[in-house]
Design a protein around this ligand. Sequence first.
Ligand code: HXC
Ligand code: NAP
Length: 269
Amino acid sequence: MPSPLDVFRGDVLAGHVALVTGGGSGICRGIAAAYARLGADVCIVSRKQDVLDAAAAEIRAATGRKVIGVAADVRKPDEVARAIATTIEQLGKLDTVVNGAAGNFLAPAAGLSPNGFRTVIDIDLNGTFNVARAAFEALQKAGDSLVLNISATLHYHGTPLQIHASAAKAGVDAITKNLAVEWGTFGIRVCGIAPGPIAETEGMKRLAPGEIDKKMMAGIPARRFGTIDEIAAAAVFLRSPAAAYVTGHVLVVDGGHCVATPALGMSFG
Ligand code: HXC
Ligand code: NAP
């Protein structure tokens, strides 16, 4: 089965060092693996060291690159600082940050506790700021740097049972634009990817269990969920020299899901 990553030259990311939060699983593990496959060294970060160790070992074996895993909670600035310091110590520098750590669950707004709302804001939104802020000095020093924030399309419309994640991801997109404006002068581009529904991920297991799958599929012009490699390919493009003049932009990768409105109850045929 060909991968969308096959179109990239094998050394297109050589010389880059990336820290990928959420890189032990799902979409961000796919981004970390794609970056390593195309020549970058990578530090993956999440809360569970055993998960990180297993993922790092597999990516190392598949790519031959330096891949390390450092446990840190993105809500805790001291742990984030330690992960960044370890990356620089072991991989020599840091020029790329992928903010993918996130938490989510389905919950009606009226039944969601303040702590439930705060928890998701804390991981997705505050975590994105914490990591970008802590990496600033290293990114500025490295030059030709990128912060890549993974958001979603939930907040483009009102999405039931997703007030916490929608609010968090709207904030993440705001961070992308604001940092692009402030940090362009320091040689740091700041971009986003807004994935649509991606198959075989924890996110889809939580948000679209069982039968809901089929209904969602009918609302996607591409008539299928995306793949992890399709998001990874967008992340490679944004890190590559092909995107050197792209900043402040959030690239939607969703098979057309967010532009398709089922007007007046009509189906898409
Ligand atoms: C309502 C819930 C809940 C649920 C937790 N809470 N789960 N409320 N429904 N299903 C509430 C708890 O009751 C508690 O509030 C508060 O949230 C904090 O819960 P903890 O379990 O203490 O939090 P924590 O251990 O920090 O775990 C965070 C988590 C957890 C988000 C709750 O699920 C997690 O670690 N998730 C990481 C993996 C993940 O979610 N992956 C999916 C990302 S997908 P109280 O008031 O009781 O104290 C994604 C998709 C986006 O982001 C878009 C897709 C289209
Ligand atoms: P996932 O595998 O659960 O990824 C989330 C990662 O974040 C996990 O590795 C988790 O590891 C880590 N994490 C959670 N809380 C953390 C914390 N406090 N500190 C550090 N790391 C933390 O889910 P996914 O579906 O692949 O989602 C990946 C990203 O894509 C997320 O940003 C999500 O919002 C976005 N997205 C996904 C979809 C989709 O269809 N799946 C759609 C749109 C957007 P630990 O729990 O071990 O810490």
